[in-house]
Unconditional design. Structure first.
Length: 276
């Protein structure tokens, strides 16, 4: 993972390094830069293929630029974010003649999301994966996010274990989650302790619930994940009439003893529509 990020809007001249975070060098030095660079050409191509073609793409943690150059091959414009001044400077020099690549030094997590449609793709640090995912989920114009994450994280979020996280269920009406490939630990230098995976998050073209029901959906899912009753069925019977819950579970084809995390998000939607 080329684990570094950047800051600010990206309206400045392409190909130049811009310091956009306003922090002192001492403050930046205190930040932990978890840097594991993607060096396997096959994995780079795999990641670029999963990201696809876009007009505008933002790359968190560009590092030495191996993925940056691959992404630029299929995107009209790549804005590469890198907080490490050495890597940012080298990448800017390396891409100076390419008008389709802009290198920005700073913190991606404080970047302003573009108003125009854009994608995100990057080899991101394990330590702030959740924060980058949250940033992507909040961006109204995001068309997709293709992120190289810890394998276990991607499996939990995509349902690959046969169970689904609360975040996945909460965002299911508006976003799909897919494990789009695996990347072994030996594809990085230094070699991390665990394997990685390509996690793809994509806003749905047609939402599964109208936006005005988002608050009710969130309350329903949050309550269901409290585990107050020991199972989703038992928890919901504490809030809704027992006969209604029993009928909803029968119609949704969910066993009453199913542990909450093992209820597919689509079944959650059925239960919600029947009970709320």
């Amino acid at each position: 993972m080329a684990h570094s990020f950047a800051h600010g809007d990206h309206s400045h001249t392409q190909g130049k390094v811009r310091n956009g975070n306003g922090r002192s060098e001492r403050d930046r030095a205190r930040r932990t830069l978890s840097q594991n660079f993607l060096v396997d050409p096959h994995a780079v191509r795999q990641m670029a293929a999963a990201a696809g073609s876009h007009g505008l793409l933002l790359e968190p943690g560009a590092g030495t630029g191996a993925l940056t150059l691959a992404l630029a091959g299929s995107c009209a414009r790549v804005v590469a974010y890198e907080i490490d001044p050495r890597h940012a400077g080298r990448l800017a020099a390396r891409t100076r003649g390419d008008d389709g690549i802009e290198v920005i030094r700073g913190d991606f997590l404080t970047a302003r999301a573009p108003r125009e449609p854009f994608a995100v793709a990057g080899n991101i640090p394990y330590s702030i994966t959740s924060r980058i995912v949250d940033w992507c989920l909040r961006a109204p114009a995001l068309t997709s996010a293709t992120l190289l994450t810890q394998l276990e994280y991607a499996r939990k979020r995509s349902g690959d274990f046969g169970r689904w996280s609360r975040l996945t269920v909460l965002t299911w009406p508006g976003h799909s989650w897919e494990l789009a490939g695996r990347v072994g630990r030996m594809s990085f230098r230094p070699v991390p302790a665990v394997d990685s995976a390509i996690l793809r998050i994509e806003p749905r073209g047609v939402r599964l619930l109208p936006a005005e029901r988002d608050a009710a959906w969130r309350e329903f899912v949050e309550y269901g994940f409290t585990g107050l009753g020991g199972s989703l069925h038992a928890s919901l019977r504490m809030r809704y009439a027992a006969h209604r819950v029993d009928a909803a579970f029968a119609e949704a084809r969910v066993d009453r003893d199913t542990v909450v995390a093992f209820v597919h998000p689509d079944r959650w939607l059925t239960l919600f529509e029947l009970l709320c």
